[in-house]
Design a protein around this ligand. Sequence first.
Ligand code: S3P
Length: 179
Amino acid sequence: MSCVHIPQKSLVLIGLMGVGKTTVGRRLAHALKLDFRDADEEVEKAAGRSVSEIFEDFGEAAFRDGERKVIARLLEEPPLVLALGGGAFVDPETRERVKARATSIWLQADVETLVKRVSRRDTRPLLREDDPETVLRALLDKRQAAYAEADIHVDASGGSHNLTLDSILRALDARETSA
Ligand code: S3P
């Protein structure tokens, strides 16, 4: 691996549920000696409730408001690695803020891979609305145009999270070298 530059801006991981934003984000932060934050966890801390409870008690719109505010606050901090919930970058305000203040990285994977990965946890309210494959295909359809606005696109299908991490580090290095 060629030399890894310490980023001047936060690195924001986006993509669908199950793609590995949190796991890869932690490893990326470790590799770059930056702090890591997970937007869902920060929303949960601020609300004193789990994401599922927020959806149940207040509805998705309230979750999205909280998510937008929490991400705005995190992007005011010195550079860090931030994993966003799958719907956050679709919000136009959040997308603009991320573009202005951070480097965004879209982790892409095929729906079959995502279905396998999301089956490991039952903490995602949107996946209870129908079978996970149907939900994820519909969300990908709706969201991919927004995701495609990310600065860096990385294939996170199939391979291990460490391969995804290597791809991100290479992409960051290439950007830095060509800047
Ligand atoms: C959501 C993704 C979840 C969480 C919430 C809604 C979405 O985060 O924010 O359940 O709309 O795709 P992960 O992508 O980290 O699972």
